[in-house]
Write a protein that binds this ligand. Structure first.
Ligand SMILES: Cc1ncc(COP(=O)(O)O)c(C=O)c1O
Length: 368
């Protein structure tokens, strides 16, 4: 049996260190915003190559607090439009909406699973004030083109880096340092995953970091004095300690993911299965390996019979979600096609060579 993702095996590699960290936590007695949070913030900032990292409760809040902080600073105002790719996880869209801004969805392209750059270039709406590219599945969004366009239009660029810890562009700049600010999730399944909910914002903007530091803690800089009307979304002290233990392993884990992706690319040969574009130079950290097929249910069942777990990321696009009807009735045909045909196959740094062999054989033996 090859589970879609064996989280237990991933985390068991660090069990002894986690247990020591728990002991330190108990001995120190700092339960909220203590040394472990500060340590992780400085190490993750250094890893991403940014000046500031602010730990928060989860990835959705990381993005939402960036927008809230820009409103406090005066760079955004309620109702401003923010561009989001229609093929993304629903949290990307929710972060914009929850901050009182207006998400504007732009369709994806089939090859990149990301923004249709031609459609972006044609936009000419002065109410658009920011763009929120998602590095979906671990592949960097086309940031050179997005940044160039954002420069000419004066848009803020906020990265949804929830799936791309460690991904690097051609100049060795990492996700988290490719825009004005970035939101990370450390949800347990992520390439850098905690043992519970956790998230962070990275930025070089001192004012933005300072405001988010307040907003995550009721808007307070000094205990019981509230400078802003804030939230409660702090990175948990224990989760921060666990993340600090896992961070040094991230690059090696990502390299293993790329190695597996290269094998899948080279060895899965089946006319009914379309493979993603191969990207091996660090700009894709293969959070997910996503194939496409017009026979998704049959392929799922075929793999299941062979003991190979799969998942769909994601079955319903944000604009078709029951809870997001205000996004309107506009269609985004490519995003819809992608949502109807994608299937994620096992991908993780702890997959063995034999398991990868079996996954490849399973996909190659499929006939609709
Ligand atoms: C692309 C993307 N954005 C945002 C989030 C939200 O992160 P969290 O689950 O930590 O709130 C996720 C996580 O699942 C995600 O995949």
């Amino acid at each position: 049996m090859i589970p879609y993702l064996d989280l237990h095996k991933i985390n068991d590699r660090h069990r002894a260190d986690f247990e020591s960290a728990f002991k330190v936590f108990m001995d120190r007695g700092q339960n909220i915003l203590g040394e472990a949070v500060t340590d992780f913030e400085s190490q993750f900032a250094q890893y991403c190559g940014v000046k500031f990292c602010v730990g928060v409760g989860n990835g959705l809040d990381a993005l939402r607090l960036i927008f809230e902080a820009y409103k406090v600073i005066g760079k955004l105002k309620p109702g401003d439009k923010v561009l989001v790719c229609a093929h993304t996880y629903v949290a990307t869209v929710l972060s914009v909406k929850q901050a009182g801004l207006t998400p504007v969805l732009i369709d994806a392209t089939e090859d990149t699973f990301n923004f249709d750059l031609k459609a972006l270039n044609e936009l000419n709406d002065p109410d658009i004030k920011a763009i929120l590219p998602t590095h979906l599945y671990g592949a960097l969004a086309p940031m050179n083109e997005i940044s160039a366009l954002a420069n000419t239009r004066n848009w803020l660029v906020i990265e949804d880096a929830a799936q791309a810890h460690g991904a690097k562009n051609q100049h060795n700049s990492r996700a988290g340092h490719l825009g004005d600010a970035a939101g990370f999730s450390f949800y347990p399944t992520k390439n850098l995953g905690a043992l519970g909910d956790a998230g962070a914002v990275t930025t070089d903007d001192a004012q933005l970091a300072e405001v988010i530091r307040c907003l995550r803690n009721y808007g307070s800089q000094q205990r019981y004095y509230n400078k802003f009307s804030g939230f409660n979304s702090r990175l948990d002290e224990l989760q921060a300690a666990f993340l600090t233990i896992k961070l040094p392993q991230l690059d090696q884990d990502n390299a293993r993911r790329v190695h597996i992706a290269m094998r899948y690319d080279a060895e899965i040969i089946n006319p009914h299965i379309r493979l993603p574009l191969g990207r091996y130079h660090g700009d894709h950290v293969y959070h997910l390996y996503v194939v496409r097929t017009g026979y998704r249910e049959k392929l799922e069942r075929h793999l299941q019979r062979q003991g190979i777990g799969t998942l769909i990321h994601y079955p319903v696009p944000p604009h078709k979600q029951e809870g997001l009807t205000e996004l309107g009735l506009e269609r985004h045909p490519i995003a819809e096609l992608l949502h109807d045909t994608v299937l994620s196959i096992p991908m993780s740094p702890v997959l063995t060579k034999e398991e990868v062999d079996q996954v490849i054989a399973g996909l190659n033996s499929f006939t609709p």
